[in-house]
Design a protein around this ligand. Structure first.
Ligand code: 6BE
Length: 642
């Protein structure tokens, strides 16, 4: 199914793997190479006040090339949506990895933390501060390499990294004391604090500063006091302590982190923050593209060197990654690319500049100077010398795909939204004043996980009219949702789906769902039941300060592990996968009705949106309920032991 015509023939979209506040991430296959990618899709209408973040994120991503930063491959913009085609990180969130393992060993934490420090040091070296470092923003690729994501809150102070910033943003639990106090701060220093919280989370499996009450949370952060679990080594504790220094000037510097003895223990080499020697465009990959498009190598090469983040760019990146893995370099002739878009027909694109030097960065390291097209949007020139410029402030690239209804071949008219973003890009500096009696300034604000970034009023006003004009187009582009089919009974889980499933010792799904709802409601979690699914949510205003979360729990039958016929050629998991719920007597897969009272019931958990730590709390509640058998009383078809 292709929902977005702009992707037609170029990407085969699969499932949605994440829904954030204003973006959804879909898995997809890049048709030309058959490689997996992640597509971050943002609906402009939903972006509202967050529209400028896309601009920030794009300008940052376009200047970044690092093995621990999720690579941007292609950008598409239609009247209604932004599509960011990005590197596929099949290992999912580092957060889930920690939750799954409870906590990580020192060696594993070191391996991960070195990569985080490397990515952050690289960012800082380019003049960017991330400002939203947390395990939810760190993904793992197939080789367990870490990849930093989400640059929507990053900042690039005009006067360089030593210039102060003012806007408080990011998650409260990762916020440095100076952010809480609403003071001016240095991007590097708040990133170091957040990395301290992150390292603590890796090693301890919980947060150093945590409280259900927001003011208490801020008090704890400001005090800088936290528990040091005894299982954490003296060296680790000392490193965490050096990062979690309340006084920013006493905090360890990123440059010191790179060669810190803890970081190099057993590995010896200091952390590298930059990629090694610049590499020229890979000739083999260029050749393959040239052959496919019937162009000469030189044309493809010069096209690629412009780093337009179009289909040529993504194809190059993916071919290169195939080459590095020792896989064949060939392109799928069935791909629509050839028919819809030749490099020379590409719309004239405003080039993003390397925000540091006004140079064009190339993914392979060398910086090529191409000043001509780099246009700084006038709105970005800050009048005050100390004024903060959030993110880079170049005009977002206009990209209209010829395959889309809204493609404008002359490309003279900029989409209104882009003009809008130009206006919105210089986020006004906001100097928060700490409340009376030392009440933290941020505490009074909405405890949204990414609070406190503002959009100028003019931009907000413009949005209203743009929304209206987009409304019509949206109806054409967005097909109606199919009516949801409410199932009669619980689904039977396949072996593939067994992750994020809590098992119960109960065989009655109705009992489990009723008790689960009761138990969660008892903990102040709002639940709505639909069939054998529960949609739940935790409001930010109630028990948590993390911006709340919503989740889905699905009651399902677990595969009948006991009746799987062992197949010696397969591993146990594969054996379940292959055979499903197999009844030895009948030699058939059992129907759901026949499973009643025979199969154990499981609860599949899924975070829909919101804060991960808040979601972790929900998971803990679910686990607590399943462990206690939902209540003190005996379940109807409950068994005491498996
Ligand atoms: C840029 C945000 C992003 O994701 C998970 C998988 C694959 C790819 C895990 C489960 C199948 C593969 C069974 C945000 C959030 C959705 C995690 N901004 C990404 C890129 C991004 C997500 N992935 N790759 C890139 C990703 C995540 N799964 N497994």
């Amino acid at each position: 199914m292709v929902k977005f015509s702009v992707l037609k023939g170029l990407y085969e979209t699969e499932k949605t793997i994440g829904c954030g506040g204003f973006a959804k991430v879909k898995l997809a296959t890049h048709v030309a190479t058959g490689e997996k990618v992640a597509i971050k899709i943002m609906e402009k209408k939903m972006l509202k006040d967050d529209l400028h973040r896309v601009s920030l994120e794009l300008s940052a991503l376009k200047s970044l090339y690092h093995e621990n930063i999720c690579q941007l491959y292609q950008v598409m913009e239609t009247e209604t949506h932004f599509f960011l085609v990005m590197e596929h990180c099949s290992g999912g969130e580092l957060f889930d990895h920690i939750v799954e393992k409870n906590r990580l060993t020192e060696a594993e934490s070191r391996t991960f933390f070195r990569q985080i420090v490397s990515a952050v040091a690289y960012l800082h070296s380019l003049g960017y501060a991330h400002r939203d470092l947390k395990p939810e923003n760190v993904l793992l690729d197939r080789n367990q390499n870490l990849k930093l994501i989400d640059f929507g809150l990053c900042a690039k102070p005009e006067g360089g990294m030593q210039s102060p910033l003012y806007t408080s943003c990011g998650s409260p639990t990762y916020a440095a004391p100076e952010l809480i106090l609403g003071q001016q701060y240095l991007g590097q220093e708040v990133d170091v604090w957040a990395m301290g919280v992150l390292l603590y989370a890796l090693l301890a499996g919980c947060l150093p500063f945590d409280d259900v009450d927001v003011s208490n949370l801020y008090r704890k952060i400001l005090s800088g006091k936290y528990d040091e679990p005894s299982f954490i080594s003296k060296e680790s504790r000392s490193l965490i302590r050096s990062m979690l220094q309340v006084e920013p000037k006493k905090r360890i510097k990123v440059s010191e982190l790179l060669s810190h003895p803890w970081m190099t223990l057993g590995i010896l080499s200091p952390v590298k923050c930059r990629l090694q020697s610049p590499i020229d465009l890979d000739r083999d990959c260029v050749k393959v593209i040239a052959k496919f498009l019937d162009l000469d190598e030189g044309a493809v090469k010069s096209d690629l060197e412009q780093w337009k983040y179009d289909y040529t760019t993504v194809t190059y990146f993916l071919l290169l990654s195939r080459k590095r893995r020792g896989q064949t370099l060939k392109l799928n002739p069935a791909c629509a690319w050839k028919h819809v878009k030749h490099p020379e027909q590409a719309p004239l694109i405003e080039q993003p500049l390397d925000p540091i030097n006004g140079h064009h960065r190339t993914p392979n390291g060398p910086i090529k100077i191409r000043r001509k097209f780099g246009v700084r949007s006038p709105g970005c020139l800050s009048p005050a010398s100390n004024m903060e410029v959030e993110g880079a402030c170049y005009s977002p690239v206009q990209f209209l795909d010829p395959n889309c209804e809204n493609y404008c071949s002359t490309n003279r008219k900029r989409p209104r939204s882009s003009l809008l973003m130009d206006e919105a890009s210089p986020v006004p500096t906001k100097k928060a004043t700490p409340g009376a009696k030392g009440t933290p300034a941020v505490a009074a604000k909405t405890p949204d996980r990414r609070n406190l970034c503002e959009t100028p009023g003019s931009a907000r006003r413009m949005l209203g009219s743009i929304e209206k004009s987009f409304h019509k187009v949206r109806h054409v582009l967005t097909p109606k949702k199919p009516a949801t089919v409410v199932q009669e009974g619980p689904v039977v889980l396949n072996g593939k789906d067994l992750c994020n499933v809590s098992t119960t010792q109960c065989k009655d799904p109705e009992y489990v769902i009723v008790e689960l709802c009761k138990g969660l409601e008892g903990k102040g979690i709002t639940c709505t039941r639909k069939g054998f699914r529960i949609k739940g949510s935790l409001e930010p205003s109630t028990a948590n300060r993390l911006g709340g979360c919503s989740f889905e729990l699905e009651i399902c039958y677990l595969p009948h592990l006991g009746t799987v016929v062992p197949d010696r050629t397969l591993t146990p998991t594969k054996s379940i996968l292959k055979q499903g719920i197999f009844n030895q007597e009948t030699g058939q897969n059992e129907a759901i009705s026949e499973l009643r009272g025979k199969s154990y019931v499981g609860i599949k958990r899924k975070r829909l949106k919101g804060d991960s730590w808040c979601y972790k709390k929900v998971c803990e509640q679910v686990l607590a309920l399943t462990c206690t058998g939902f209540s003190a009383k005996e379940g109807r078809i409950m068994e005491s032991a498996v």
